[in-house]
Ligand binder design. Structure first.
Ligand code: NAP
Length: 294
């Protein structure tokens, strides 16, 4: 068992909270747990966790409180009645929510003299404890620095800044990227599958392509920041011509085309706004302002 200052309390033992508590226990932290449905604590208690009978006991047990419940409503249901016990402690909230909820919660925590870090977990429960997996944090820099080693036990901790909403905002942006990418991959998989190519044959090629696409993002990020989009690699006009091949191939095979049609419409609006000879990065002008190119 580690020394007392490495005591941690975990509030919420759903799939994710249980994984967090389990890794902390494995890493030798003195781990106190509380969950609304107490039976979910049993396997952790069998492995050495202390069971708090109430949220008050959980908060009192450790200088660092990690909360991971369903949503902010549940968070406040659990912690509001014991908020005064948070004074002088650090609350790390890994419950998913919006940037606005993070702003409200840091103000609430500070009003009770607690330090607050908002977090977002960029993995599923089996990934907790892997140094490859990103955990995003924003809010109190002092809290982050003080507890960095404990946070590093859970995954790779990335501190995004003092604005507490940043972790939630990145989380939303990254999930959007994930869904777009996975749906693009599924669309491609359905397309080649219509001509009897199995997903397992297509996917290694798709993954190599994603590495090339990652390079495009690196090229385009400074263009976005500068608001200038030199079309010296592939222009929006060229991409509009190319997406017609995708639409044709998919239509001929009876594949749903809602996604490529949406993409084509964004490209056409960028062209209508004068970006036909610019790079694909210029499509951001349409996304930032839905009136552009209408
Ligand atoms: P889950 O398995 O459904 O667990 C939900 C937890 O919230 C349970 O501990 C549950 O207690 C508690 N809870 C719900 N309503 C409550 C209330 N009114 N009062 C007190 N406790 C309440 O969900 P999860 O997968 O662990 O997710 C927890 C958080 O992590 C969510 O915000 C989720 O978005 C985030 N997250 C999850 C993943 C993932 O892959 N699972 C990944 C990233 C982020 P009971 O056990 O008593 O019901």
């Amino acid at each position: 068992m580690r020394s007392d200052h490495l005591a941690v309390s975990v509030i919420g033992l759903g799939s994710m909270g249980s994984a967090l508590a389990s890794v902390l226990l494995e890493q030798g932290y003195e781990t106190t747990v509380w969950n609304r449905s107490a039976h979910k604590a049993q396997s952790l208690v069998d492995r050495g966790a202390r069971l708090a009978a109430t949220p008050a006991e959980a908060v009192a047990a450790s200088p660092l409180i990690i909360a991971c419940v369903l949503d902010y409503e549940a968070l406040h249901t659990v912690l509001d009645p014991v908020a005064r016990l948070l004074a002088g402690k650090v609350l790390v909230n890994l419950t998913s929510g919006s940037p606005e909820q993070a702003h409200q919660t840091i103000a609430w925590a500070r009003s009770h003299s607690a330090d607050y870090l908002d977090g977002a977990i960029m993995t599923t429960p089996p990934g907790v404890g892997s140094p490859e997996m990103m955990f995003l944090y924003s809010g109190s820099a002092a809290a982050f620095e003080a507890h960095r080693p404990t946070l590093a036990a859970l995954g790779d901790p990335l501190y995004l800044g003092a604005d507490p909403g940043l972790a939630s905002l990145y989380d939303a942006a990254l999930l959007g990227l994930m869904w777009s990418t996975m749906t693009g991959w599924l669309h491609g998989t359905a397309l080649v599958g219509a001509d009897q190519t199995p997903a397992t044959a297509f996917t290694p090629v798709a993954i190599r392509w994603l590495t090339t696409v990652a390079g495009f993002l690196t090229t385009y990020a400074p263009q976005v920041d500068a608001g200038r989009y030199p079309g010296d690699d592939a222009t929006v006009d060229v991409q509009i011509a190319a997406i017609d091949h995708l639409l044709h191939a998919a239509t001929s095979r009876g594949i749903d085309n809602a996604l490529p049609l949406l993409l084509k419409s964004a490209m056409e609006r960028a062209k209508a706004a004068g970006h036909g000879s610019d790079s694909y990065a210029s499509v951001i002008e349409v996304l930032k302002n839905p009136a552009v190119g209408q």
